[in-house]
Design a binder for this molecule. Structure first.
Ligand code: G3I
Length: 362
């Protein structure tokens, strides 16, 4: 009798989980519409891709019917300074050429990411004096943006130059310049290299009022729109199931649109763990698949309502088998360990998820 009672206590103390069957993963869809065509009258729908820089060419890795639904592409890594010019005068063009050529072959637009950033930036570029660094910045931008003149619809000229309350003063560019004027130079050199590209400032957390205001103040203080050819603001949109609110997204769209700037959502993904590194890996259950569909559904409905202010919406990837979120969970305890996340429109089998069906049914 004792053992039976103990077993019951054990079962009920675990909330009967021991009795419920293991959660089955949700099934995907092998038949799906072309989101790029469906959104043609609204804005391009993009995906971050690899051109082979880490061994994977997205255009051959993913099934043709998957990669062909996008009308815009951006290099996830291979156009960043440390990858495209690792040593001064040594350029690695192959992966970037793959992406630009493949996009053009599909009639898709290309976003350039990114010319000046504090991360993935080679140390040699900002060594020495301000004038030496300035000359290297100009040479880098003229070489990279100049190679693709007329082929890039929008450049993330400067990425993540501010914190919530001020300039990112620990940026190697801020350090070697001694102030934020490197941002003005970057936009001037990008315009010199490719006057046809739309020039963007790109950042994360832009929906937070503090950072949104800091970016607005930077744009005003540096006269980036009036004197330095700024065309728009890239909102990275690394969000989750509960944050940000639709009202915060709308306020952010309005803030920059009211400044006469274009708005682009440049790195969209929804972290199902909400950035909480303590949550153990889950499968993509039906409930989670539905929650993702609801979340993406409300976000894309808002995007469509603001189509006259938005000029690109890009997912930061294509399918769940490759997303930075599978490894970025908390660098304190799990640095570079793998935990499957589910932020993308296609699942690990490269089938469309419920969220894809939801945002293409309107
Ligand atoms: O796959 C290689 C592996 O073969 C190699 O052994 C290893 C050696 O370090 O590198 C691995 O590549 C990693 C790559 O992600 C895999 O996709 C790189 O180390 C790693 O640096 C790279 O991280 C990228 C990260 O930017 C770097 O900061 C992510 O892919 C990329 O998604 C992420 O993208 C950034 C945007 O550019 C800016 N906004 C934030 C966004 C997320 O952090």
């Amino acid at each position: 009798m004792y053992w039976a009672t103990a077993a019951l206590i054990l079962v009920f103390s675990f909330g009967c989980d021991l009795l419920s069957p293991p959660k089955e993963p949700a099934t995907g869809f092998t038949e799906f519409g072309n989101i790029g065509e469906l959104y043609e009258s609204y804005f391009p729908i993009g995906a971050a891709v690899s051109g082979g820089e880490y061994g994977t060419n997205s255009f051959t890795y993913y099934p043709a019917n998957v990669v062909s639904v996008f009308s815009s592409f951006v290099a996830e890594n291979c156009m960043k300074p440390a990858l495209i010019q690792p040593e001064e005068g040594t350029f690695e063009w192959d992966a970037a050429d793959v992406i630009v050529d493949a996009a053009e072959a599909r009639g898709a637009v290309v976003r350039g990411h990114t010319l000046v950033w504090h991360s993935q930036s080679p140390a040699w570029m900002t060594a020495g004096t301000k004038e030496e660094a300035r000359a290297r910045m100009r040479a880098h931008i003229l070489a990279v943006a100049g190679r693709y003149t007329g082929r890039i619809s929008a450049w993330d000229v400067v990425n993540e130059a501010v914190t919530d309350y001020g300039y990112r003063t620990d940026s190697p560019w801020y350090t070697v310049y001694g102030d934020a004027s490197y941002i003005q130079d970057a936009f001037d050199y990008a315009y010199e290299a490719d006057p046809d590209a739309k020039l963007f400032y790109n950042d994360y957390g832009v929906v937070n009022a503090s950072k949104r205001n800091t970016i607005k103040n930077m744009i005003t203080e540096l006269r980036l729109k009036e004197d330095h050819h700024l065309a728009g603001v890239g909102i990275q949109a690394h969000w989750n199931l509960n944050w940000p609110s639709l009202s915060e997204i709308q306020a952010t769209i309005d803030t920059f649109s009211d400044m006469g700037l274009e708005v682009q959502f440049t790195e969209l993904d929804i972290d199902v763990y909400g950035g909480d590194g303590s949550i153990a890996e889950t499968v993509l259950t039906d409930d989670l698949d539905e929650a993702l569909a609801d979340r993406y559904g409300e976000i894309f409905a808002l995007f469509r309502q603001n189509a006259e202010k938005i000029t690109n919406v890009t997912f930061w990837g294509i399918a769940d088998d490759h997303t930075w979120l599978n490894r970025f969970w908390d660098s304190t305890y799990h640095n570079d360990e793998f935990r499957q996340n589910y932020p993308m429109p296609f699942n690990t089998n490269h089938e469309a998820k419920r969220l894809y069906m939801r945002i293409t049914d309107f």
